[in-house]
Design a protein. Sequence first.
Length: 256
Amino acid sequence: MMGKEQVLFRNQYREKIDGWYNGYLHIAVVYTIGITAMWVYIQHISTVAWFEWLTIPITIVLANIFEWFLHKYVMHRRINFFGLRAIYERHTLNHHKFFTDEEIRFRGQEDWRVTVFPPYALVIFIMMSLPGVAVFSYLFGSNVGWLFICSTTGMYLTYEFMHFCCHVDENRFVRHMPFINTLRRHHVAHHNRSLMMEVNMNLTFPIADWLFGTSDLNRGLIGHLFNGYSTKHLKDNLRSQPKSPIEASKGPVPTE
């Protein structure tokens, strides 16, 4: 059940949302940009050698570490530099007040605004990947460069989808789908205010959290990836006991 502070913040946030905002359109624009970009990349790829395919898993792991770093050191740290403070304010001061482990769910499509990044964020992310395309194409061939940006853009779209699934109402898909159920439990625990600065920084697969010891679980990599909703392996030294997704989405979706 939501506390008064969360109810008040949600109401205040919703009052500031422009009347023309539509969550379905928001997501459609993001994925139209992403899928169109992926289609363009693929047109430049041909006759991929076996070793060039290794670009994909290597980039996914590196993107996972970048995601962890950005979340831990930018989204949860106030940095007065260009747009970094805006990222902090959007995430820590808005997203984490709007959603807590007391109530993790969207009320309706208007709430998607506080979770899904604006479309220009994907454009910026693609532009950040372009130097990598140039460097890797020069060093290893054009296929590697284009597979690199396919992987980074694909990870961005994966992030948006998986994070979105963390905030929907409880259902069979999010409870039983591998990786999705793992991240949902992982992320609900992160929304515990006593834990959010310390644990569960990954927003896709908890690889970097396992690697750097910032997970709330005490188990190996495979156990992390396929943990699902299980709370059997929680660390003993946590500041607070994480709630399960079932507890964080208990009862009807609140109308407040």
